[in-house]
Ligand binder design. Structure first.
Ligand code: ZN
Length: 257
């Protein structure tokens, strides 16, 4: 996995503002994610946060990122449009994007989905969540059991106003009765996008080995393919004019009008 360059982007506000969140994620959520990716064998891991210049997502960082992981919650609107546009361009050009938890409402996710806002139900009651695998053939679920149980999480519930996913991989059940499409993919341009719901900041969800496994699998899945750029209209050999029977038929039809 030396060849996958990952950047973990985190808002990094809850951890700096609230001691109880810092107690759970002393190195920030981005630090936790970077640590388990390194442990899994990824060697090129960068992190970037909101308060850095250009939110840490300079041209150099983005141009050297194969897969970008995005965690945002309370400050989506503070992300500069110019940075969102650059991330969007990179996704269309093939960079993978993994959007976590409340990132469903981030500017980049809304831009990729073509939606104005991402509506859903939510409740912060620390209830139990069970993520059921609904696509056991997908590489993102490799090595997982048929369900992931999380003792305490924030609830997100349907109806979730999103375009129909290309692939639906997880559906969550919550103790309070709601269900939610918790893991799904889109393809946008040459880029692959995976949304994964769990990861509220006040619970140690990113320390769960199965949640880590999903993110590790998703990084491998989302990496860009080594494909040449499309060269539109490039003529390799001279094209000789020939009588085209199809065109003749069409012309004949036109002449009858
Ligand atoms: Zn949350």
């Amino acid at each position: 996995m030396k060849n996958i360059r990952v950047t973990v982007w985190n808002e990094f506000l809850h951890e700096t503002m609230f001691q109880e969140i810092r107690d759970i994620y002393p190195k920030g959520i981005h630090g936790c994610i970077a640590d388990f990716l390194k442990e899994a064998g990824f060697e090129d891991i960068k992190t970037a946060t909101l308060e850095e210049p250009q939110h840490g997502l300079t041209d150099e960082v983005l141009n050297n990122t194969d897969v970008l992981i995005w965690w945002g919650h309370m400050a989506h609107d503070r992300v500069e449009d110019s940075v969102v546009d650059k991330v969007h361009r990179r996704v269309l050009d093939g960079m993978g994007l993994i959007v976590l938890h409340s990132g469903h409402a981030s500017k980049i996710m809304r831009k990729l989905c073509g939606t104005d806002s991402q509506l859903l139900r939510w409740r912060e009651a620390g209830e139990k969540e069970i993520l059921w695998v609904v696509d056991p053939s997908h590489p993102i679920v490799e090595g997982l059991p048929d369900r992931i149980e999380i003792e305490h999480e924030e609830m997100y519930g349907e109806t979730f106003i999103i375009p129909n996913p290309d692939e639906l991989i997880f559906i969550s059940w919550f103790e309070g009765g709601e269900v939610f499409r918790s893991g799904f993919t889109y393809k946008r341009g040459r880029g692959k996008v995976f949304y994964f719901r769990p990861g509220h900041e006040s619970f140690p969800t990113f320390f769960n080995e199965y949640i880590q496994k999903v993110i590790i699998n998703a990084v491998k899945w989302a990496k860009p393919l080594n494909m040449p750029k499309v060269q539109l209209g490039e003529i390799k050999e001279p094209i000789m004019p020939i009588a085209n029977p199809t065109l003749n038929v069409i012309e004949g039809l036109h002449n009858k009008k």
